[in-house]
Design a protein around this ligand. Structure first.
Ligand SMILES: NC(=O)c1ccc[n+]([C@@H]2O[C@H](COP(=O)([O-])OP(=O)(O)OC[C@H]3O[C@@H](n4cnc5c(N)ncnc54)[C@H](O)[C@@H]3O)[C@@H](O)[C@H]2O)c1
Length: 262
C-alpha cells in the first residue's frame, strides 16, 4: 500500500520532531510531502518539501495536515484545509476557546465530512474523563498547571519570580485566552470533559521546577481520578515532548482496525 501524504504547518520544536519521527518510519504508512512554516526559509529540510504558503501545501494534495504552529495558524487555515477535503490534526487547541470559531468548524466538518483530530497532546487520563462525560456522569474537573516561570511570562518578569506564584485561577475558556501557548492541555480537557466554562484551571509559575507539571483531578459517578504528569519539555520550554509522540499515536490509530481507546 502506498504511504498516505502528510503536510505539516509549523516547523518549531514539535513540528520538527513530528517530521523526524515520520521520516524515520517510527510508524508506517505515512510520508511528509510538504511543510509550511513562517520560518521555512531558515529550515534544513529537502527543498522539494518546503512550501512558501498554505496554498502551495494544499496543491500537493496531502490527505492530512498537522498544525503545530499557533492559535493564529489554526484560525487562519483550518477552514481552508477542511474545505479541500483534507483531514486536519490540530495541536493549538486553545483556538477552540473562541465559541464562534468552534461552532463554525463543528458545523463545517459535519457538512463536508472531513475530520478534525485532536491528539491527546501533553496530557493523559482523557479516556476516563471522556467516558464519564459521554455518560453525563462527570461532575468536576480541575487542572493545575505548574511550569518554570520562563515558560509562562517574559524573561524579565520570570527573573522577578523567586517563589511559587499563582498567575491565574479561572475557567479553561479564560485561561486559553490569557495563555494561548501554554493552555492546550486545558482546552483538550475541556473539549473531552465538561466544556470550556466548567473546567477549572490554576496556572502556577514555580522557579523550583525544571519540568512542566500537570495535575488533573476529576470526580463523578465513576469515582475519583487524580493524575500527576511530569512532562519533559520539548526544545521549546513552553511545550512538552509527549505532544509529538501523541501525534504519532493519532496517525497510527487513523489506520488501525484493532482499536483501543485514545
Ligand atoms: N495540544 C497540546 O497538548 C500541545 C502541547 C504542546 C504544544 N502545543 C501547541 O503546538 C504548537 C507548536 O508548538 P511548538 O513548541 O512547536 O512551538 P514553536 O514556537 O517551537 O514552533 C512554532 C512554529 O510554527 C511557526 N508558526 C507560527 N505561527 C505560524 C503561522 N501563522 N503560519 C505558519 N507558521 C507559523 C513558527 O514559525 C514555528 O516554526 C503551539 O501552538 C503550541 O501551543 C500543543
Amino acid at each position: 500500500m502506498t504511504d498516505e501524504k502528510i503536510g505539516i504547518i509549523g516547523f518549531g520544536a514539535i513540528g520538527q520532531e513530528i517530521y523526524k519521527k515520520i521520516s524515520r518510519k517510527i510508524i508506517s504508512g505515512y510520508i511528509v510531502i510538504g511543510v509550511f512554516s513562517e520560518d521555512i526559509e531558515d529550515q534544513k529540510i529537502p527543498k522539494k518539501i518546503k512550501c512558501n504558503s498554505v496554498e502551495e501545501l494544499l496543491k500537493k494534495k496531502p490527505k492530512v495536515i498537522i498544525e503545530a504552529a499557533s492559535v493564529e495558524a489554526c484560525r487562519n487555515y483550518a477552514e481552508k484545509i477542511l474545505k479541500n477535503k483534507i483531514d486536519f490534526m490540530c495541536l493549538s487547541v486553545c483556538s477552540f476557546a473562541d465559541q464562534s470559531f468552534f461552532k463554525k468548524i463543528n458545523l463545517l466538518v459535519k457538512k463536508i465530512k472531513s475530520k478534525i483530530y485532536i491528539p491527546t497532546g501533553a496530557i493523559s487520563g482523557l479516556d476516563a474523563i471522556s467516558s464519564a462525560s459521554i455518560s453525563n456522569e462527570l461532575t468536576d474537573v480541575t487542572l493545575i498547571q505548574r511550569k518554570p516561570p520562563k515558560a509562562l511570562v517574559s524573561l524579565l518578569e520570570s527573573k522577578k519570580i523567586k517563589k511559587e506564584k499563582v498567575l491565574s485561577k479561572s475557567t479553561a475558556r479564560r485561561i486559553c485566552k490569557k495563555f494561548p501557548k501554554n493552555s492546550n492541555i486545558a482546552a483538550t480537557l475541556a473539549i473531552c470533559g465538561l466544556g470550556f466554562d466548567k473546567t477549572k484551571v490554576v496556572v502556577i509559575a514555580d522557579p523550583k521546577i525544571k519540568k512542566n507539571i500537570a495535575e488533573i483531578k476529576a470526580t463523578g459517578k465513576f469515582g475519583k481520578l487524580k493524575i500527576f504528569l511530569q512532562n519533559n519539555p520539548s526544545k521549546n520550554p513552553k511545550t512538552s515532548r509527549l505532544t509529538a509522540m501523541s501525534v504519532l499515536l493519532s496517525l497510527d490509530k487513523r489506520k488501525n482496525y484493532f482499536l483501543t481507546a485514545f
